[in-house]
Design a protein. Structure first.
Length: 424
């Protein structure tokens, strides 16, 4: 057995063991604190709401547990189990251009994997989410969404794959540099198109109505020097009872979006605070920093792919007898997450730091108390646990845990009070 095969198996086993251990820690920690609301939330969240969040968290962990085993099984079947090798031999019987054979192979693996994982997705939407009162989608809308996603994957993914595979075949030893440039151009195009072209295919976006709230928000935008295509309310309630808000796009195509479920539950102060938080990501250049990091990491990734594609052992060690550009790209996409999963805590630390910075900006613009009230409503209405396990959270959560985040905001109130007392 090749040494890389052993390394691959070891990384899979280590990652699987780590994830199962973290899930078990999360399950036990949440269950142990199910019957008592944390003191910081005692006057804001009822015991019934707290227990619902605990039960919802544990139910999602059960689905995540099954998903983890299915994903691991599929990975092993596709690679060391010979699935890709068998499917590739079938595609080799088609007398068509190698680039199109490669595209067919990649889409085949993706489609079969999606079909295998579909039952769990149905269970998650129509059983788990429905049990806790979140699901509002219908079977018809679910099917339409799936078909629309498939159509977009074909329309957008096909030309991208064709260009990359063509470059791998025709652009010489440094093809990976040209492919990286194509990939980054594609990503920037998608960021630019998403707010106005892609997202509206799935949801309706209604400009915020004229009135005191819009004037107040416009004032905040002007103070922050932020220009955008507008502030929109998205009809997220047609699929789910979960609420959220986000900032999307870049350049003149920027827009701010509130889920209708969130907009209905927040008052003017809280809406302004949530918006100020989203603007904080913009003012602190988090989007730019994330883009630069993604650019650097993708460059390293393409350079690594360029080297591995020329190594015969890379194919053999992952259960494939032949060699082709499509096989190299497919094996790389499947194997890379096995190793990069161990970088999750590092990326989570960076993300949580950005969230703290955005919260600080929100405090400067709208105050800490409205931001705390808005967060508590988000936690309550989304059934987010208030008592996550610290190690599980450190590995998985892009946002600080609820108690930590609220304590950080509360400290800003204390700081302001202390400063006022000192001034007096």
């Amino acid at each position: 057995m090749h040494s890389f095969t052993l390394f691959f198996i070891f990384a899979i086993a280590l990652g699987l063991t780590l994830q199962l251990w973290l899930m078990q820690r999360q399950r036990r920690h949440v269950a142990a604190h199910r019957n008592q609301v944390p003191p910081a939330f005692a006057d804001k969240v009822t015991l019934e709401e707290h227990q619902k969040a605990a039960d919802y968290t544990r139910a999602k962990l059960s689905v995540g547990h099954i998903s983890l085993w299915i994903g691991t099984g599929l990975l092993l079947l596709w690679t060391l189990g010979g699935g890709i090798d068998l499917l590739n031999l079938q595609w080799q019987t088609w007398e068509i251009d190698p680039v199109w054979r490669g595209i067919g192979l990649i889409f085949s693996v993706s489609l079969i994997s999606a079909i295998v994982e579909l039952p769990l997705g149905l269970w998650n939407t129509f059983v788990l989410e429905a049990r806790f009162g979140f699901n509002r989608t219908t079977a018809k809308r679910f099917v339409i969404d799936l078909l629309l996603q498939l159509l977009l994957a074909l329309l957008l993914g096909t030309p991208l794959l064709w260009i990359i595979l063509w470059l791998m075949e025709r652009a010489g030893d440094n093809w990976w540099l040209a492919a990286w440039a194509v990939w980054m151009s594609f990503m920037l195009l998608m960021i630019w198109l998403y707010p106005t072209v892609i997202a509206p295919l799935f949801n309706k976006f209604t400009p915020l109505d004229e009135g005191p709230l819009k004037q107040r928000i416009q004032g905040l935008l002007e103070r922050c020097g932020f220009t955008s295509k507008g502030i929109f309310i998205m009809d997220g309630s047609k699929r789910s009872g979960h609420g959220n808000a986000y900032f999307t796009g870049f350049g003149k195509n920027k827009r701010i979006v509130f889920y209708d479920t969130l907009a209905e539950s927040l008052d003017g102060d809280e809406m302004e605070a949530v918006l100020a938080h989203e603007l904080g990501h913009f003012k602190r250049r988090h989007i730019l920093k994330h883009l630069l990091l993604s650019t650097a990491l993708s460059l390293v990734g393409f350079a690594l792919l360029g080297w591995l594609a020329a190594q015969p052992w890379f194919y053999q060690a992952l259960g494939v007898s032949g060699r082709s550009n499509a096989l190299a790209l497919l094996l790389f996409m499947l194997a890379l997450p096995v190793f990069t999963q161990f970088l999750q805590p590092v990326m989570a630390i960076l993300s949580r730091r950005h969230e703290f910075e955005a919260d600080d900006f929100a405090v400067e613009q709208a105050g800490a108390e409205p931001m705390i009230r808005a967060l508590v409503k988000l936690y309550r209405e989304n059934a987010n646990t208030l008592t996550p396990d610290s190690l599980y959270s450190a590995f998985h959560d892009s946002h600080p845990p609820a108690p930590v985040r609220v304590a950080h905001l509360s400290s800003k109130i204390s700081s302001v009070s202390t400063e006022n007392e000192a001034t007096v």
